[in-house]
Design a protein around this ligand. Structure first.
Ligand code: SAM
Ligand code: SF4
Length: 334
């Protein structure tokens, strides 16, 4: 990758931000209970979404002027974005191309994996919370487990490696499948990761008691596997373990009980062009207004730096003053 002389995108605490999450749409074809209500949400009107040209320009500013090196496409469901391979190809053709990955529910991946890989996508994370069809339909309110499994296999075959499977265990819903899902991932050569549920659902119904903690996840895994801790890679939020006797690695993202805010290197861009310096940020910077108002790249860079400079130290979920952000995860870009 050509080197960039951009000065680092640093906040007041010295955290350098090299990772950008870009939401491509707030829409979704599933309705995961811990994320969205059954009826969906009031989707953003199309004119409010960043166009491909606007997105490419913002990623160019991020990579050329701000030192961003990795970009993850997400949503909503990013595979719903029309012309996605074309957008990926444009991002890959930038002078300082980011390492591109995607987080998806996997529906439609069976059809698109090869085109995405050929366009320059490097890796994929597929969200999957259960291997049981009826349970999948209960959790996501859609009967689409088979599509997700086919999508996973297609991603693997297309070389979008390592294919990661992300599951959010919820007590009394799918927490009895933790070891079984890890076994499934080991068998197929996927990298399994469990994520603590966070207060980012649209309904505001998150219940700490239903969150399955990292300690509990590890206990369940320990009943079936012997785990050997791996050194943490950079600022990665996942803690990882090698499954002894296999090549497999499992990870836990303990956002709530073992927060990694101190090493956070992420900023987020919503599908309507609002920059968020944290998943839990109370304020946003309107980059879309700047772009549509004719601002030059220098002004966009300045706004971006100002937003990151104002980043808070952490999410404070445990504080009595904690307030869930107005936007749910699906509209921020998880
Ligand atoms: N639709 C895509 C998907 O499901 O992968 C991308 C967007 S989704 C918001 C990104 C990730 O956020 C998924 O892995 C999902 O499980 C996770 N997620 C959604 N709501 C969550 C919550 N309340 N707490 C923790 N993770 C959540
Ligand atoms: Fe859609 Fe992903 Fe939210 Fe599920 S978690 S409803 S797939 S955005």
């Amino acid at each position: 990758m050509p080197s960039t002389t951009a000065s680092p995108l640093m906040d007041r605490l010295g955290r350098v931000h090299t990772d950008l999450r870009v939401s491509l749409t707030d829409r979704c074809n599933l309705r995961c209970t811990y994320c969205m209500p059954e009826e969906g949400l009031a989707w953003l009107p199309k004119p409010e979404l960043l166009t491909d040209d606007e997105l490419v320009r913002l990623v160019a500013v991020a990579t050329e002027r701000l030192g961003v090196r990795t970009v993850r496409l997400t949503g909503g469901e990013p595979l719903l974005r029309r012309g996605l391979p074309g957008l990926i190809a444009r991002l890959t053709a930038l002078p300082h191309p980011p390492e591109l990955s995607i987080t998806t529910n996997g529906i439609g991946l069976a059809r698109s994996a090869v085109a995405l890989r050929e366009a320059g996508l490097r890796r994929v994370n597929v969200s999957l919370d259960t291997l049981r069809p009826e349970r999948f339909a209960e959790i996501t309110r859609r009967d689409r487990l088979q599509d997700v499994l086919l999508g996973l296999a297609a991603a693997q075959a297309a070389g979008l490696a390592p294919v990661k499977v992300n599951a959010v265990p919820v007590r009394g819903v799918n927490d009895d499948e933790i070891a079984g899902m890890a076994a499934f991932a080991i068998e197929h050569g996927y990298r399994m990761r469990f994520i603590e549920s966070m207060p980012l659902d649209a309904q505001g119904a998150w219940d700490r008691g239903r969150m399955v903690t990292a300690d509990e996840i590890l206990e369940r895994l320990g009943e079936r596997f012997t785990l050997e801790p791996l050194p943490r890679s950079g600022n990665a939020p996942a803690e990882e373990w090698r499954v002894v006797g296999t090549d497999a690695v499992v990870g836990v993202i303990a956002s709530v009980t073992r927060p990694f805010c101190g090493g956070c290197d992420r900023v987020r861009l919503t599908a309507d062009g609002q920059l968020r310096n944290c998943l839990f940020a109370a304020t946003e910077s309107d980059l879309r207004a700047l772009l549509r108002g004719g601002a030059d790249d220098e002004a966009v860079e300045a706004a971006w730096r100002a937003s990151v400079a104002g980043k808070g130290p952490g999410h404070a979920i445990d504080s009595p003053d904690f307030r869930q952000p107005d936007r749910p995860m699906s509209a921020i870009g998880g």
